[in-house]
Design a protein around this ligand. Structure first.
Ligand code: MGD
Ligand code: MGD
Ligand code: MO
Length: 759
């Protein structure tokens, strides 16, 4: 068992290629939605469930973190939200019989797609040391096993408590409280692999690690720059906001190595006109080379500085710090270097500048295309410089808009899921709960993997997610997990992390967003925070997938009582009965949540305060918004190599694979494909339809290989390639991370393509 991840099913994985589409959504999306949902849920349940998504008395869509508009359509969801819901509300079940028939060694040979297709987990199950398969176990016994292993540790810092971003505010708050009462800040989360670079850059420059715009700002902007993001697939409801902004006169610049259908043209399925013709969204497409964004924004900044009257001098003088040093660095920006780094033409950059100067209100939106590179933090800081120069932070229609991924990833961080908590947060916990929280920094995702690899962490507990598939360097990560004493997953569905275990393992099945949550104190709801800092309630309506499920808050409360015992003065039992009592505590610990229970009764929810947005106040070390002047970097590409980005297809939610098509990119029935520019392919002798291995090159000299990818000639930027995550995570070296944020650089992997032995 070297821990090799399985290939996708070779019979099913036979890609057919028709080439990229130029519009997203429209009628095919509606039909597709209903087919996928009915396959999992049947006709009646599909209708009942989908009508509840993102409604004021319904549940928050578990798809993405895009906010709900003030005036909601009856169907305020998108194709991919519907797939996320169908995946959870499926009628298929994984029972103890399933585990009896499938030893762990068998599960380890299955693709992630197959595992997910088996359905919802129904019982807690346990893999005893030396056993070959999971068996049903009582909740009592399960908590006893976790308590045994946790209390046997030499130090609480030998335990890791991972969180994926679907966890509600209430569950997240309880979970971090439990971890800290237990004695560790080891709270790695999916954010470490996601928007950590945004948080790092924004905290330092504007003093708040979150976006500064609300949905209405988007509608009011003159210019929206969408950089490093594929909203047609990953945030489909954002397309409606872009369409609305455009109809009010906004212009849109898209910065991306790939032409993505969604940003080209959007056929709004909620309007008749949209269904027929759709709206062109992008006014200017900058097909940038991977990793060229910092150079692009630096040059734009120089050009702004060189233009008489273009800088908002009043704003700069009153609200910013570090301008002189930044301006000196920006003035030195070089055209030739920028053209090389970006692959753009002078005319394109001048056209962009014209649009920037014509705009009074500019917003920059971004996602993983900016956050997952070695120089991501300085890249995002350069975006902030760009906005500060023209006073585009802290007024309507302008600002920074990092578009978050998981539906509550931002809320989890607000609730204290963070390995480096601020002292003020710990002080508040200490005051409220009367214990001394640990003060040292804990492990993020990459450090957690190293700690397990090196035998320094022995219990791995996951609140959701699929750690082994989502993390970089799959073989290293899997070997690390196998060294653990105990691995525990609180999950809704089966995934690869259940097949790559420590000496002992538990799967604890939990309620999903869509399901009714009945506790001793009556029916409960939970709350979430969207990408724009709006907090609102989420209430499931469906019957739970099994009578044996516990909610995430209940799991944490029972575990805490079992592990901490008399030592804890926290009223865990009361918290489990009535989540309103948890919200009362959140209100006293987390700034911005005063009167939480009262305010969350408003179905529209409420906005968390954001000092830069609300009052142009910048709570940074200098008390001002900070300009920064990092040297410009861009990836170096040796001869004959390509820069590979690992990204999402249209039929997946992170490691959950819904199907084998990527409709907008014209790829069907297969995921092991690599998109290569036809010119590069010709130079490298790679015929369209031939098979190749991807071999990653990193300074440690270790060979990382992903075998058997079909070459697809595709109009990506020169020198750049693209292939799907998580199949390619095996290529991302554990140590290849972003400076400062430590986020895996999964969008810039240097690869060579070698003729495949397996094709
Ligand atoms: N349906 C669906 N929805 C999702 C998810 C999902 O898997 N499926 N995942 C959720 C999560 S957790 C997240 S974080 C978000 C992710 O949302 P995205 O960030 O949109 O997801 P990716 O597929 O990683 O796409 C990255 C985009 O950045 C571009 N890009 C890559 N490198 C560069 C670069 O160097 N510069 C620029 N300018 N562009 C670049 C790519 O071509 C691609 O368009 O989506 C969330 N929503
Ligand atoms: N190469 C590469 N790697 C990446 C990325 C990339 O772009 N390229 N993107 C990174 C990003 S942005 C992210 S956010 C991470 C994602 O990392 P994770 O969040 O760890 O992964 P997911 O695939 O979203 O987790 C899916 C699993 O969550 C469980 N689940 C679903 N809903 C619930 C629920 O309500 N409760 C509980 N307890 N469990 C639930 C199910 O069992 C499901 O199998 O991956 C990162 N990894
Ligand atoms: Mo993410």
């Amino acid at each position: 068992m070297a821990g090799k991840p399985p290939q996708n099913d070779p019979v099913q994985d036979a890609p057919q290629v028709t080439g990229p589409k130029h519009a997203a959504a429209g009628l095919p999306a509606v039909g597709h939605t209903l087919r996928v949902a009915q396959r999992q849920m049947g006709v009646r349940r599909t209708a009942l469930t989908l009508l509840r998504v993102n409604q004021k008395d319904g549940f928050d869509c578990p798809g993405c973190a895009w906010p709900e508009p003030e005036h909601r359509h009856t169907a305020e969801f998108c194709e991919n939200g519907a797939k996320a819901v169908a995946e959870e509300a499926t009628l298929r079940r994984v029972t103890p019989d399933f585990f009896a028939a499938h030893p762990v060694a068998d599960l380890a040979t299955r693709s992630g797609y197959w595992l997910g297709q088996q359905g919802r987990l129904t019982h807690p199950v346990y893999l005893a040391e030396g056993a070959d398969r999971y068996e049903a176990v009582s909740w009592e016994r399960a908590f006893g096993i976790v308590a045994e292993e946790l209390t046997a540790l030499a130090s609480p810092d030998e335990a890791l408590f991972y969180t994926s971003g679907r966890t509600s505010n209430e569950a997240a708050f309880l979970y971090q409280l439990f971890a800290r009462e237990f004695g560790t800040n080891n709270l790695p989360d999916c954010s470490n692999m996601c928007h950590e670079s945004s948080g790092s850059a924004l905290n330092e420059t504007i003093g708040v690690g979150k976006g500064s715009v609300l949905l209405d700002d988007l509608h009011r902007a003159d210019l929206i720059i969408v950089a490093g993001q594929n909203p047609g697939t990953n945030h489909p409801r954002m397309l409606s906001a872009l369409e609305k902004a455009k109809s009010d006169g906004a212009r849109i610049i898209t910065v991306n190595p790939l032409p993505e259908a969604g940003t080209e043209r959007f056929k709004n399925p909620q309007t008749p006109r949209g269904m027929l013709r759709g709206a062109a969204l992008t006014d200017l497409f900058l097909q940038i080379r991977i990793g060229g964004d910092q150079a692009l924004f630096r040059l734009l900044n120089k050009l702004i500085l060189d233009t008489e009257g273009a800088v908002d001098e009043t704003f700069v003088a009153e609200h910013t710090h570090g301008y002189e040093e930044f301006a000196e660095a920006a003035r030195a920006a070089d055209w030739d270097e920028t053209l090389t780094a970006t692959g753009l033409t002078r005319a394109q950059i001048e056209e962009a500048l014209g649009m920037v100067l014509a705009s009074e209100r500019t917003i920059v939106c971004w996602a993983m295309g900016l956050t997952q590179h070695k120089h991501s933090v300085p890249t995002i800081r350069e975006v902030v410089n760009f906005l500060l120069l023209r006073g585009n932070i802290g007024r309507p229609g302008a600002g920074v808009c990092p578009v978050r991924g998981h539906s509550n990833v931002q809320g989890d961080r607000t609730m204290g899921i963070f390995e480096r908590p601020a002292p003020a947060f710990l002080d508040a916990l200490e005051r409220e709960f009367g214990f001394a929280p640990p003060r040292g920094h804990g492990h993020d995702v990459v450090r957690a993997i190293r700690a397990m690899r090196d035998g320094k962490a022995k219990v791995f507990f996951a609140m959701g997610g699929n750690f082994v598939s989502a993390s970089p360097d799959t073989e290293v990560t899997e070997a690390a997990m196998r060294r653990a004493r105990l691995t525990v997953h609180v999950s809704t569905k089966l995934n690869r992390s259940h097949a790559v275990t420590g000496a002992r393992a538990l799967i604890l099945p939990t309620l999903g967003r869509t399901e009714r949550d009945l506790q001793a104190g009556g029916e409960q709801f939970v709350t979430v925070e969207d990408s724009m800092g709006m907090v609102h309630a989420s209430r499931g309506r469906l019957e739970p997938a099994s009578e044996h499920l516990l909610s995430e808050p209940a799991i944490v409360c029972r575990l805490a009582r079992r592990v901490l015992g008399e030592a804890s003065r926290t009223p865990w039992e009361e918290f489990e009965k009535d989540y309103a009592t948890v919200r009362d505590r959140i209100a006293r610990v987390v700034p911005g949540f005063d009167d939480f229970n009262t305010r969350v009764a408003d179905p529209a929810g409420f906005a968390l305060p954001h000092a830069p947005r609300d009052e142009r106040r910048f709570p940074t070390a200098t008390g001002k918004a900070n300009f920064t002047a990092a040297p410009v970097e861009h990836p170096e590409l040796p001869e004959g190599r390509l820069l590979l980005q690992t990204l999402r297809s249209h039929d997946q939610y992170n490691t959950t694979i819904y199907g084998l098509d990527d409709r907008y990119r014209g790829i069907r029935n297969g995921r092991r494909v690599v998109l290569v520019n036809p010119e590069d392919a010709r130079e490298l002798g790679l015929a369209d339809g031939s098979y190749t291995d991807l071999v990653s090159e990193w300074k440690d000299g270790v060979e990382r290989r992903a075998a058997g990818f079909r070459v697809v000639h595709y109009p990506t930027a020169r020198g750049c390639a693209a292939a799907y995550y998580p199949e390619t995570n095996v290529l991302v070296p554990l140590d290849a991370t972003a400076d400062t944020s430590n986020t895996p650089a999964s969008k810039s992997v240097v690869v060579r393509l070698e003729q495949s032995a397996t094709g």
